[in-house]
Each structure stands twice: as structure tokens, then as C-alpha cells.
Design a protein around this ligand. Structure first.
Ligand SMILES: [Zn+2]
Length: 67
């Protein structure tokens, strides 16, 4: 599964597409704009919250399938 989300660059406010699988704590993603040296840093529970949301979604889908 390759789900992407869009995060605004803190430097230039460009919407950067980021794979959710890369949104783990400690990872950084470079802004794709060549004139912007900002990095997106993932800290704390941001990625895990997203993963939890996905887990919840898949659970919901599973339960839905059982009915
Ligand atoms: Zn930027």
C-alpha cells in the first residue's frame, strides 16, 4: 500500500507529497524546491497517529466485511 499525504513545507508553503510510510519519528524529507533548503522533520507521534488512524480504518473495513 502506498498512501501519500500532502504536508506544507514550513519554509515555502509548497505542498509536498509524502508517503505515509516515510512519516516516522526521526525521518526528514527535503523540500523539492531547489531554492528552498527546508526540511520536513517528523518527530514525536505524528506518524504513529496517522498509522493508528489507518489501523482503525482497516479494522472498520474488516468489521464491515463481517456483517
Ligand atoms: Zn520549501
Amino acid at each position: 500500500m502506498n498512501i501519500t499525504t500532502e504536508i506544507k513545507c514550513p519554509g515555502c508553503e509548497t505542498e509536498i507529497k509524502v508517503e505515509i510510510s516515510k512519516m516516522f519519528s526521526g525521518n526528514t524529507i527535503d523540500c523539492p524546491k531547489p531554492d528552498c533548503n527546508s526540511k520536513l522533520e517528523f518527530e514525536g507521534d505524528d506518524g504513529r497517529d496517522m498509522q493508528d488512524a489507518l489501523d482503525g480504518l482497516s479494522k472498520t473495513l474488516k468489521n464491515f466485511g463481517k456483517k
